[in-house]
Structure formats: C-alpha cells, structure tokens
Design a protein around this ligand. Structure first.
Ligand code: ATP
Ligand code: MG
Length: 563
C-alpha cells in the first residue's frame, strides 16, 4: 500500500520551529494519556498516530501515561487491552507511567496551594457550586467557604484524605477568579472524595483524587513532556493548564499543550460510555465485536494496523471539527486487501452441479491465488463431477440477458477449470432447484491451449466431497443513521437491525490448511485474509475451531452505502 508523502501538519510545523529555535535543547517528548476506563477506539488511534508519530519523526520519546484519576470507572482489564492495542498498531512507548504515580506529589502540591492561599475546601453541594458558576457574560458568585483560614482548609483537606468526610460532602477548589471570562478559572475543583471504590493500583490508600485539570499538566511537567497534544475540546482548558504549572514550577522548562480536531465517523458512536452500554446490554457481542469502532473490534473485523494507520494518514489533522465518512475507512481496507488477499471460492447459497460426461474420478486444479500474479502462488482445488455452485448462477428458463447457466443456454467457464453447458435440473416437492446437470468440454481447461476460449460468464464452484462447511458472519454498519450522536432520543433505537447476518456456506478445501487458523502472537490472534470471489473480503474469526470454520466479512467488494 502506498503512503502518500504529505506536507507537514500544523503540529509538525510547530515542532520543527521549536527545534529550529533550540527550545528544550532539541528534546522532543510526547505522551499518549488514555483513561483506563474502556477499550481504545479508532478516535484514539488518531491521537496515538500523532503522539507516537511526532516522537518517531523527530527522534524523541512518547510515553504511555494512564490517566487513572477516577477509580470508579477504571480497571486493569483496560490497562492491559490498551497496551496490547498500541503494540498491535505498531507503536512502542518509552515508559509506562500512571497519573496515580503522582498522587503523593499532587497531594503535597495541593497542600502548598492551600498554604499559599490558592485553594480552599468547599462544603457546598455540586448543584450549589454549579449554580454559582455564572455564565460566560455574567460573573459567578463566591462560595461562602471561599475565605476560610489556611489552618481550617488544611485541617479539612486532611480530614477528607483521612476518610472522615463522606463522599460528595466536600471538595478542594482552586481560589482563582469567579469573574474570569474563562469559566474554567472560576475556582475549579482540584480534588474530590471517592471512598466507594478502591483504586486499581493504589487500593484504599487515597480518599481524595485529583481532577483532570489539576493532574494532567502537572503530570506532563513531572515527566518532562515538551509537546502535550490533545483534542480541541481542551483549548478552553489550556489557560488553566498553564496557570497550575506556573504556580509551582521553577526554571525555564514548561510543557505546552496543542490541540487538533478529534475524529468523528459516520454510522458509529465513539463515546466510551455509549460503547460500554452496548457491551453491557448485550447489544453487541463485546468490546471486540467486529461492528465496534474499537481497535480490538476492527482487528477482529479483519482490519490491519497498516490500513488503519493509512486511514489516519489520509484524514490528516486540522483545527476544525468535522465528520469523516465511514466509507473512507472501508475504502482503505478494501484497497489494501485488494492487493494482498488470496482469492478463494465460497458458495453462500449452494446447489449441486453434476457434470454428466465427466468420467474421471477427479483431478486437481491449480488456481492462482491472485489472477495474473503467479508470483503470489497458487493453490490446489480438488475437482470432480459433483460441485457446488451458487443458486443464483443458474436459471431454469434461458433468457438472452442471462449470461450464466441455463439449459440450452450459453457456455460458462467454471473459474480456473473447464467450460460447461447446462442441460437440465431437478427440483424438490416445493419446486426449489436441488441439482443442475451440465456437460463439460474436456479440451477447455484453463491453463491449456483450449483454456483461452472466452465465455460471457465465469462462475465459482467448490468440489462437493472436499468442500468444507463454514459459518460466515456478514457484518454491516452498526447504526442505520449517519450521526447517531446528533439524533434526539435513545441512541440504541438507531442501531442497524441488519448489521449482522450469519450464513452457512461451502468453502473450498484449501481453507483447512493450518496457516488459516489463527496464530497467537503477543497474545493476539493473527489471521489470514481472503477475498471470497464475488462476495467480499473475509478474515478467520478466533471462534474457529478444528471442526468449525468461522469467517468475518471485513468489507464488501464495493461500497453499498454510497448515495
Ligand atoms: P471518552 O470521552 O469517550 O471517555 P476520552 O476522550 O475521554 O474518551 P481518553 O482515554 O481520555 O478518552 O483519551 C485519550 C486521548 O485520546 C486523549 O488525548 C484524547 O484527546 C484522545 N482522543 C479521544 N477520543 C478521540 C477522538 N475521537 N479523536 C482523536 N483523539 C481522541
Ligand atoms: Mg478523557
């Protein structure tokens, strides 16, 4: 697959200028800071490609930092999956850090803020605090607790941490400016009490937890991050990011925050809250359901790391929010598999074809994996007088616009094999066709001189005795509407009822070979991709066992959604 060489994106331009100016002595350090409260999705991949990409390109380092400041929703399951997904995508971090590594440091920093008169303990409810916030054009009101003494604030903050105060009863707020036009400066909350859930790393050690704004910039500073890159919704947080760091940091070094547009894709949702709901309520089979926009879902669907990175490269980075058509992601994997996926026959709605004048016991047809590319190898297809073909490739009554099999109709080539002509058919009591009869021309075999004879149509087949049964899962878009997040009402009502169709089909014998069953690499199943001729791109599903083959449709051959 070709990766277009693009002009520098705006963040790369900033980095190049910083390097030219000798900032931070030429040191480049980024971080990818997921909250371990869910699985990574394709939106995160956009951030990953930026954070790791900058470090790679400019010989810096990108660290992985788990932003684990809310024990209520976080879990090691997510910590593990995030690392696995980043490695699978092809990126390597310098260190793994956790915001929870800094709880002690941040706690002491909060005490210092209190001592310097820059923070106070507020006893109001969340509703009261919200009511006093004001609006961007109206100043907020001061909390009645705003002017407590340093001693009282210290004592109460200590009591909060000691577990003496009930969850929700008190918060620590920064004392900044209740009239600031930037609402984030109106005495933002620095700490809250959480006693209901142990933390996945620190257990019950802490009863107070820092808020995002108080933890993120400080963590960047502690680690030595130079370029802290995030998405546009954090633009309004940036002054506060700088403010907190300015309060305590010494020396010239400062981390800087830069923002790019987040990735939104049509026909899906990328909020972890909504994805979790789909998983918990069984509306999808799990985080790795092949319809999910998660990295593990895309992997199971058959997306490759290369195709996912290529997609991110195509959409680029800007400072304007927008919506990307899911068709572009599908196009990217289709284009990439087109070049590499071996072609195989799979008959989705089989009827039997009997070749009445074929008097050999059978033979082996050598079929190229990709037509016209002998260098990509070939495979053996058993051939005999009983084959399965698609029901739709036969029509009982001939018709001049139907180029495939009809009694007395045209000659048709069996893919990579012989030319045949239909002679008749059998039907069951309901009138369904069960068997088609045909004769073949022994001198028409593909690859021989007679093989050059042209027919109007070529049809797919598999030999009956050697054919394998396979379950194929035909996935389609998860939602039926373009932007489920923008619609009124319950997003679950917008799910596409036809997003999964299961078909039992007959596939050619070559699919049994060992290389087609998933191999585990770094705990991740690596599987082969195929183009099922005329059907689409498919990948082996990890549900496959020695006796039961399961394939997922990665993509159809064409975009069926294009308006
Ligand atoms: P959610 O709101 O669904 O919980 P999040 O944005 O809070 O998601 P984080 O784990 O905090 O998820 O995200 C880690 C990093 O990934 C952040 O830097 C964030 O800006 C980035 N990120 C998250 N979603 C997207 C997206 N859709 N496009 C680009 N970057 C994203
Ligand atoms: Mg977040």
């Amino acid at each position: 697959m070709e990766t277009e060489e693009k002009s520098l994106n705006f963040i790369e331009q900033i980095v190049e200028k910083d390097l030219a100016d000798g900032k931070n002595n030429g040191r480049i350090q980024t971080r990818f800071p997921p909250e371990p409260n869910g699985y990574l999705h394709i939106g995160h991949v956009k951030a990953i490609c930026m954070d790791f990409g900058i470090a790679q390109r400019y010989h810096g380092v990108c660290n992985l930092r788990f932003d684990d400041t809310n024990p209520v929703k976080e879990d090691v399951e997510y910590v593990d999956s995030i690392q696995q997904d980043i490695r699978w995508l092809g990126f390597q971090w310098g260190h793994v850090y956790y915001a929870s590594d800094y709880f002690e440091k941040l706690y002491h920093l909060a005490i210092r803020f209190i001592q310097e008169g820059k923070a106070y303990v507020d006893e109001q409810t969340a509703e009261q605090i919200a009511q006093q916030k004001g609006t961007p054009t109206e100043p907020g009101q001061a909390s009645p607790y705003r002017n407590r003494s340093v001693e009282e604030n210290l004592r109460l903050f200590q009591a909060m941490q000691n577990g003496e105060i009930e969850e929700g009863r008190m918060v620590l707020r920064a004392k900044i400016d209740m009239a600031n036009p930037n609402m984030h400066f109106r005495d933002p909350i620095m700490y809250r009490i959480i006693t209901s859930h142990p933390h996945h790393r620190t257990g019950r050690q802490w009863n107070v937890y820092p808020m995002y704004d108080f933890a993120h910039g400080q963590s960047d500073y502690f680690e030595g991050v130079t370029h802290s890159i995030c998405t546009l919704e954090f633009v309004v947080h940036r002054p506060l990011y700088d403010y907190f760091i300015d309060q305590f940091c010494e020396g010239p070094y400062r981390p800087h925050q830069y923002e790019f547009n987040r990735l939104n894709i049509t026909y899906t949702v990328m909020s972890k809250r909504k994805m979790l709901q789909l998983v918990k309520e069984g509306l999808v089979a799990g985080w790795d359901d092949p319809r999910m926009p998660t990295v593990c879902g895309l992997r199971r669907r058959g997306y490759t790391p290369e195709a996912i990175r290529e997609f991110i490269n195509k959409i680029g980075y800007t400072k304007v929010e927008g919506m990307i058509d899911l068709g572009l992601l599908e196009h990217t994997i289709r284009e990439s598999l087109k070049e590499t996926a071996p072609r195989v026959c799979a008959i989705f709605d089989p009827i039997q074809l009997v070749i009445t004048n074929y008097d050999k016991t059978g033979e082996t047809i050598l079929a190229e994996n990709i037509d016209g590319h002998p260098e990509l190898g070939s495979r053996e297809m058993p051939f005999a007088n009983q084959l399965y073909i698609e029901r739709g490739d036969f029509q009982e009554i001939s018709d001049k616009n139907f180029f495939r099999l009809s009694p007395g109709g045209r000659e048709v080539r069996l893919k990579s094999a012989y030319i045949i002509q239909a002679t008749g058919c059998d039907k069951d009591a309901q009138g369904n066709i069960t068997t088609v009869y045909a004769t073949y021309d022994p001198d028409s075999k593909s690859g021989t001189e007679g093989g050059n004879r042209k027919t109007k149509a070529t049809i797919n087949w598999v030999e009956c005795n050697s054919a394998l049964d396979a379950e194929v899962r035909l996935y389609d878009r998860l939602f039926a509407c373009e932007n489920p997040s923008a619609e009124e009402g319950d997003f679950r009502d917008l799910l596409n009822p036809n997003s999964l169709k299961v078909v039992n089909c007959k596939v050619e014998h070559s699919l049994i070979s060992e290389q087609h069953t998933p191999q585990m690499i770094e705990g991740i199943a690596q599987v082969g991709h195929y183009q099922f001729l005329k059907q689409g791109y498919f990948v082996v599903d990890p549900d496959t066992t020695d006796t039961h083959l399961v394939f997922n449709r990665t993509a159809s051959l064409k975009d069926n959604w294009q308006k």
